[in-house]
Design a binder for this molecule. Structure first.
Ligand code: NAI
Ligand code: MG
Length: 356
C-alpha cells in the first residue's frame, strides 16, 4: 500500500479545531479507499510557537516540511504577537513559501450549493482559480522595507524566471480544467496594473510570450482594479486567473466573499519539490475556542493535498461528500460564514456523506 508522510501544523486560533475536522475526514477516506495510508508528523509553528521558542518554525520543522510528501497546515498568527518592527511574528508565509520555493499559490473560488452567498448565482456558476505568484512581487519586500518617521518604502520585484513559471502553471492548470462556467472556454486571464507600473508591463509581456505555447487556451487581459468589479459583477466568465503576489492576496479574499466567506476557501502552495495545503483565511481569533468555525476550508485543503499526491479519486470522494451534505441541507453555511450547529456538527455531516 502506498504510504504518504504528511506533516501537520495545527497553528493558532481556530487552527487546531479545523485541522482536527480535516483529519477525521482523511481517516474515513483512507478507510474507504483502502489504497493508501497517511502517516502523520505534527509540528509546532506560528504565533504560540514564537512565544514559546522565539522562532515561528524551528529548523527541524522546516526540514520535516521539506522532506514530507505533503504538508497540511492550519492557519497561524495572532495580531498581538509581533516583532519589534511591528509586523506579525507568527506568520509562516514568508518562511515556507520562500524557504521551500513554492511559487504557485492556487486558490479555487467555487460557489457550493446551499451557501447563503451575496451574489445571484447558482451553485457551480462561480468556479475559477486564482493562481497567485507566491515568491516575489511586493511581498518579497517582507522585512526589507526602509524608512523613518517621515517616509517608508517597500519594493516590488518581478523576475523572468518567476513570472514564466507561474504563467506556465496557470496555462497547464487551464488545460486540466473544463473552462469557464459561462461558455466552457479554457481561458487564462492575466490580471495586472501595467497601465501604471513597468514591473506589471514586464509581467504582462511574459504572460503573452508564454501564451503562444498554449494556442488551445484563450488569453485574456484585465487591469486589477477592473478585476475587483468584474469578480463581483460576472465571476462566471473566469476560469484561471494569474497575477502578482499582493494582487492575488487581495482578489482571492474578494472572491471568497462572493462564495460564502473565506471558510469555504482552501488553497495550495506548490513548488517543484515541496508543497503545502491550507485555508485561505487566518486564525480567526475572534471565534477561536467557540466551536463555530467553518471547517470546510481545511477539509477542502486536505482534498487538494490528496489530489496533488495523485489520489484524485479520494479527493473527489471528499468534494462529493461536501456537495451532498450541502445539497441535502445536513450542512448549512449561514450568512455569517459559520455552519449551523457548529464545527463538529458540520464535520459529522460530511463524514456521513463520504462514499466510496
Ligand atoms: P481571518 O481570516 O482570521 O478572519 C477574518 C474574518 O473571517 C473573521 O471575522 C473570522 O471570524 C472569519 N473567519 C475566518 N475563517 C473562518 C472560518 N473558517 N469560519 C468562519 N469564519 C471565519 O483574518 P484576520 O482576523 O485578519 O487575521 C487573524 C490572524 O490570522 C492574524 O494574525 C493574521 O495575520 C493571520 N492570518 C494568517 C493566515 C495564514 O495562516 N495563512 C492568512 C491570513 C491571516
Ligand atoms: Mg491573505
Amino acid at each position: 500500500m502506498k504510504t504518504y508522510h504528511i506533516v501537520t501544523i495545527p497553528g493558532d486560533g481556530i487552527g487546531p479545531e479545523i485541522l482536527d475536522s480535516a483529519l477525521q475526514v482523511l481517516a474515513k477516506v483512507q478507510e474507504l479507499s483502502g489504497q493508501f495510508r497517511l502517516e502523520y508528523e505534527e509540528r509546532e509553528g506560528g504565533a504560540a510557537c514564537y512565544q514559546r521558542h522565539g522562532v515561528n518554525l524551528s529548523k527541524e520543522s522546516m526540514e520535516a516540511c521539506h522532506k514530507a510528501d505533503g504538508v497540511l497546515k492550519a492557519p497561524v498568527g495572532l495580531p498581538s504577537v509581533r516583532y519589534p518592527d511591528g509586523t506579525e511574528a507568527g506568520l509562516l508565509g514568508g518562511v515556507l513559501r520562500n524557504g521551500l520555493d513554492l511559487y504557485a499559490n492556487v486558490r479555487p473560488i467555487r460557489l457550493w450549493p446551499g451557501v447563503d452567498a451575496p451574489l445571484k448565482a447558482k451553485p457551480g456558476e462561480i468556479d475559477y482559480v486564482i493562481v497567485r505568484e507566491n515568491t516575489e512581487g511586493l511581498y518579497l519586500s517582507r522585512g526589507l522595507g526602509v524608512g523613518n518617521d517621515e517616509a517608508f518604502a517597500d519594493m516590488l520585484l518581478m523576475t523572468r524566471k518567476g513570472v514564466e513559471r507561474v504563467c506556465r502553471f496557470a496555462f497547464e492548470l487551464a488545460r486540466k480544467r473544463s473552462g469557464s462556467p459561462s461558455d466552457g472556454k479554457r481561458r487564462v486571464t492575466c490580471v495586472d496594473k501595467s497601465n501604471v507600473l513597468r514591473s506589471f508591463w514586464f509581467f504582462r509581456r511574459i504572460f503573452q510570450e508564454m501564451g503562444e505555447q498554449y494556442p488551445d487556451v484563450e488569453k485574456d487581459l484585465l487591469y486589477s482594479d477592473a478585476a475587483g468589479q468584474d469578480l463581483v459583477r460576472r465571476p462566471w466568465r473566469y476560469d484561471v486567473m494569474v497575477m502578482e503576489n499582493f494582487l492575488g492576496d487581495l482578489l482571492s479574499d474578494l472572491g471568497g466573499g462572493t462564495v460564502g466567506g473565506l471558510g469555504m476557501c482552501p488553497s495550495a502552495n506548490i513548488g517543484v519539490r515541496a508543497s503545502y495545503f491550507e485555508p485561505v483565511h487566518g486564525s480567526a481569533p475572534d471565534i477561536a475556542g467557540k466551536g463555530v468555525a467553518n471547517p470546510l476550508s481545511q477539509i477542502l485543503a486536505a482534498a487538494m493535498m490528496l489530489e496533488h499526491l495523485g489520489e484524485a479519486s479520494a479527493a473527489k470522494v471528499i468534494r462529493d461528500a461536501v456537495w451532498e451534505a450541502l445539497v441535502s441541507e445536513d450542512l448549512v453555511i449561514q450568512a455569517s460564514g459559520q455552519p449551523k450547529g457548529g464545527s463538529q456538527r458540520a464535520t459529522q455531516a460530511i463524514l456521513r456523506h463520504l462514499r466510496k
